[in-house]
Ligand binder design. Structure first.
Ligand code: PHE
Length: 450
């Protein structure tokens, strides 16, 4: 009893979600980000449309769900930050969590640079929009200028830090409960506008018309990589968020809901973006080019374009900031739990370091553009390091940890609240975490090394 009480007190002092809805919004907020908005629609269109979507959905169900549940269970069992949770379960395995924390911290540094560009665009739309013919110059001159993007990067990092300063419940949960439903409504609005434009069907065809001949090994790897990045897996985020769960919740259900919402938003993004791009005579692309060059040109030609453009960048901002708070929280949680620093100091310290680490990424599009490391500029190097190396390795170690070191039976006890919950997919989950997911990740790592 006294042990129970001690555990309750300990977890209270390190923060806890106040409601399931709040937790699901925060975790979905982490998952839903630029990956859904600027990568998924194009990836699907380019790689076989409906055929890719079917492949992606299968991977979400098989690998995504398995790993979300595995990460959350490690966190809830350990009741500590990502490093501490792994270490509590097995003394020698803290390093797995540490890899995750490092990954999420690096991602934060460049995610915030992009977040800064989004802030700038919101400002531009409020100030009257961006002229279509100029959108490419506008973007290039923004990102290549030395000072301006840094100021916006600082602004974005400060907003992220302010929310995280508020703590788990009053900061992260509260912000997510407001931002995620608003994002959803804005996306529906933009989507309706997009699919009702004359000529929109071309875009829908590009997005969904199935072409199974495009499904190759490369497509498979791209789809799996997208599952990982999009669900914020392999980087300690879901472990950290899981550690703030109350012990009596329903983890199996939550770990189905989060990938489900993430996928719905990715699909909606396809309907919001591609039909408009095609209807107004543009070619789709992905990444920054799509978001910061093509879409402003699309909005400029669209009736009420400035209004929808402004709305769109606000929703992109909500998606990005709910992801960046999860990235910052992952390392804040480590510093608070391991070094007993108070939250305010930890947030200020880590946000400052992440800001500084983001500086060369920001300058890589301008004055540091010629400085190459391993043939890549600093920004691209950071993206490559996290997406192609750290994420799959972190994911693989997680599977091996849960599948073979901690042991899936033990993990299932945590997942089912000591057999109080029915979890019909238990056996399948064990099979997924021990065999399917590690093999798939092994293939990805093997191909990256090649
Ligand atoms: N899942 C986010 C996206 O789709 C990115 C992200 C990665 C967020 C890792 C947090 C952690 O953009």
């Amino acid at each position: 009893m006294s042990e129970l009480r001690a555990e309750g007190v300990a977890s209270k002092s390190r923060g806890q979600w106040n409601s399931t809805f709040g937790f699901v919004m925060a975790a979905a907020g982490s998952a839903i980000g630029l990956g859904n908005l600027w990568k998924f629609p194009y990836l699907a269109g380019k790689n076989g449309g409906g055929a890719f979507v079917i492949l992606y959905l299968s991977l979400i169900v098989i690998v995504g769900f398995c790993l979300v549940l595995a990460e959350m269970s490690v966190g809830r069992k350990g009741q500590s930050d990502a490093y501490g949770s792994f270490k509590k379960i097995n003394e020698k395995c803290g390093f797995i969590g540490m890899i995750g924390v490092v990954t999420s911290f690096i991602i934060l540094s460049y995610y915030s640079v992009i977040g800064g560009w989004i802030l700038k665009y919101i400002g531009s739309y409020f100030a009257g929009g961006i002229s279509g013919g100029e959108s490419s110059n506008y973007f290039v001159s923004l990102i290549s200028s030395p000072l301006e993007p840094l100021v916006y990067h600082l602004g974005f990092m400060m907003i992220t830090a302010l929310i995280v300063l508020g703590g788990v419940e009053k900061g992260i949960e509260r912000a997510s409960k407001f931002m995620m439903p608003t994002l959803f409504i804005l996306l529906i609005f933009v989507g309706i506008r997009s699919v009702t434009l004359p000529g929109a069907t071309e875009g829908i065809k590009f997005f969904l018309k199935p072409d199974f001949s495009k499904i190759t090994m490369g497509t498979f790897i791209a789809a799996l990589g997208q599952v990982f990045f999009s669900l914020s897996l392999g980087m300690g985020v879901m472990v950290t968020y899981g550690s703030y769960l109350k012990k009596d919740g329903n983890m199996p259900k939550d770990s189905l809901t989060i990938p489900f919402i993430d996928t719905i938003i990715a699909m909606l993004a396809g309907f919001a973006i591609l039909p408009a791009v095609f209807a107004l005579g543009f070619e789709p692309g992905q990444g920054p080019g799509l978001m910061f060059v093509t879409l402003p040109a699309v909005f400029d030609k669209m009736p009420w374009g400035n209004f929808f453009g402004g709305m769109f960048f606000v929703l992109v901002f909500f998606a990005a900031v709910t992801s960046s708070i999860s990235l910052l929280e992952t390392s804040v949680s480590l510093v608070v739990d391991q070094f007993k620093l108070n939250r305010v100091k930890a947030v200020i310290l880590l946000a400052t370091i992440a800001f500084i680490l983001g500086v060369p990424s920001s300058l890589a599009n301008g004055i540091l553009g010629e400085t190459m490391i391993f043939g890549k500029n600093f920004f691209d190097l950071m993206v490559f390091l996290t997406d192609n190396i750290l994420l799959p390795v972190g994911g693989l170690l997680l599977c091996l940890f849960v599948g073979y070191i901690w042991g899936p039976e033990e993990a299932l006890k945590e997942i089912t609240n000591n057999n109080k919950l029915k979890f019909k997919l238990g056996k399948l989950w064990i099979f997924g975490i021990r065999y399917i997911a590690p093999v798939m990740l092994g293939i990805v790592i093997f191909n990256c090394l090649k």
